[in-house]
Design a protein around this ligand. Structure first.
Ligand SMILES: [Ca+2]
Ligand SMILES: [Ca+2]
Length: 558
């Protein structure tokens, strides 16, 4: 079904004559928080370096230069930029209720060439020092401020964590000691053994996560911390961590300490786990246990600023996992259930292909799985992402359809920065994964740019309407789907979970009039159509819609 989004003027006029008595003005209250479930989360994922430059004074620290291959140097985006956009209400207007920021930790200072030109650690996945924030992104205080601002706006924060590898070795970044990392063999990805204890790609040292041999803090870190005047503090903290937990000083436990410190220090709500399938799955259970303890510690110290009491959340990037596999990921020679190791959700790599299917086909299948075998768990759907060279709609020609299908599909969703502005995924002159990581195209919004026959602000408006509907109605992502009619395509979602009850009715096309809603809403109920912002009152089990669009998103307003 192809969504048309222009208004049909004639129908609009006829409909407004027929139903004006039932229309009430709806005044939006921005301060009421919608009930939140991770199963219905709308996660906005941005590369911090590519989103918004809130502080031009931090663009070239550590001797870094703008001499990388196309889009392979740091481009200036930072944590302050994200904070500014939260304060502007950009995410609220889009219905976003969680942010996923790329790893903020200090990256390798230099660059490496993976075959696409000099590349810096602008993306955050090349850690040098897990205990510090990369100066290109800002400072520890900038991160704290960002998390606090997000929480004040009802938005949760997922920290992207990497435990599988360090950054590459460069002329300015030495290799971590041999008892910490291996550089060989390189993974061939055809079996468990060739996917886990191996280097993901050449020159990406793999942490010996399975090691049972105790290690010291690497000498280069001792020197670094001493120069930065925090050697004593870091060593005392490690001493306290190992003494509290009783863990031996293994590589994995050092990194678990460093990562969970962010939770304890600022109340991070969850982890997005990078390269999850490239280390032993049980270790994620160990990470989770420490993260829960850290979040409880933070909450007991920050009773007034906490955002609810939901469990710590952990979503994994198990590259290639698809919802149809339900609990299992297949390595080729063995399968692993990551949900058994405290993951609440995995990123769903099959949605980008599933999105080509008929909506009812997708919605009914996802609902059957997510409300059946996987009822206590979830998946995170996306149409484009930072590592996926085969997104849905590479050329941004089906951007309205992308939004409609992604936002209305059962499960949690990830909006990749710029999905909502049709940001290019094929930037001219770039190579490889940098195509997917162009700087956010804010100028298209300001300039009312036209692209593939649509104006960018109209694209954003479509995403916003759908996004706000999803945010205010957890039934959209977490409810049980039921088709009411196929032509016009009309369906409901009903949710009863963890004390939250909600129901919605959606029509993709022109509904029959008057619309029968009696199985969902009692007489006298006020209903809002989130696509037009009009409200209606149910009478004799029915409502008369103003027929001036081809998408209706009906639910009770907050
Ligand atoms: Ca900056
Ligand atoms: Ca590994």
């Amino acid at each position: 079904m192809i969504m048309r989004h222009f208004f049909i003027i004639a129908l609009f006029l006829i409909a407004s004559c027929n139903s004006n008595k039932q229309v009430e003005e709806y005044s939006e209250s921005k301060n009421i928080q919608a009930p939140f479930l991770w199963e219905n989360a709308t996660v906005y994922f941005m590369l911090t370096d590519r989103f918004y430059n809130g502080d031009p004074t931090n663009d070239t620290p550590l001797g870094r230069k703008q001499d990388g291959g196309p889009m392979r140097s740091f481009m200036g985006g930072d944590l302050k930029g994200i904070t500014m956009k939260i304060e502007e209400g950009y995410f609220r207007d889009l219905g976003v209720n969680a942010l996923w920021i790329t790893p903020p930790v200090e990256q390798i200072h230099g660059f490496t060439d993976e075959g696409w030109g000099k590349t810096y650690g602008y993306h955050g996945y090349w850690a040098r020092d897990w205990t510090n924030i990369d100066p290109n992104y800002g400072t520890m205080d900038d991160l704290k401020e960002m998390v606090k601002t997000a929480h004040n706006h009802g938005i949760r924060v997922l920290l992207d964590i990497v435990l599988n590898h360090t950054g590459p070795v460069t002329s300015t970044d030495s290799q971590w000691p041999d008892d910490w990392v291996r550089t060989e063999p390189v993974c061939t990805h055809d079996s468990y053994e060739h996917a886990v204890p191996c280097a993901l790609v050449p020159n990406l040292p793999d942490i010996k996560t399975e090691s049972t041999i105790e290690v010291d803090v690497p000498a280069f870190l001792i020197d670094k911390w001493e120069k930065e005047g925090r050697l004593d503090t870091e060593m005392k903290e490690l001493e306290a961590f190992f003494s509290r937990t009783g863990y031996p000083r293994l590589p994995k436990y050092y990194i678990i300490k460093w990562l969970t410190d962010y939770v304890r220090e600022m109340g991070i709500d969850g982890f997005r786990v990078d390269t999850a399938k490239h280390l032993e799955a049980y270790i994620w259970g160990e990470v989770y246990k420490e993260a829960v303890q850290a979040l409880n510690d933070w909450r007991s110290e920050n009773v007034d600023s906490k955002l609810g009491d939901l469990d710590f959340y952990m979503v994994g990037e198990v590259y290639g996992y698809g919802i149809q596999g339900e609990f299992y990921y297949d390595y080729g020679d063995s399968t692993v259930n990551f949900f058994d190791n405290d993951f609440k959700a995995l990123i769903n790599f099959s949605f980008k292909a599933d999105a080509n299917r008929d909506p009812e086909d997708i919605f009914s299948e996802y609902s059957r799985i997510l409300n059946g075998p996987m009822a206590d768990y979830s998946v995170v759907n996306y149409v484009s992402s930072h590592d996926d060279g085969g997104p849905f709609d590479l050329n941004r020609e089906r951007i309205f359809e992308s939004a409609t299908k992604l936002i209305l599909t059962p499960g949690a969703i990830q909006i990749y920065y710029g999905d909502e502005l049709a940001r290019t995924l094929t930037a001219e002159g770039t190579k490889g994964d940098a195509h997917l990581r162009s700087f956010m195209n804010w100028e298209d919004l300001v300039n009312n740019t036209e692209k593939n026959g649509y104006k960018i602000p109209q694209v954003l408006e479509h995403w916003q309407k759908l996004g706000r509907f999803r945010n205010e109605h957890p039934a959209v992502g977490a409810g049980v789907h039921e088709m009411i009619s196929s032509d016009p395509y009309l369906f409901s979602r009903k949710l009863k979970r963890r004390g939250i009850t909600d129901q919605v009715l959606v029509c993709m096309g022109i509904p029959d009039q008057p619309l029968n809603v009696k199985d969902l809403f009692e007489d006298g109920t006020k209903l809002k159509d989130y696509y037009s912002d009009k409200t209606y009152r149910v009478k004799d089990g029915k409502i008369n819609l103003r027929l001036n669009q081809e998408l209706y998103l009906l639910g009770m307003p907050l």
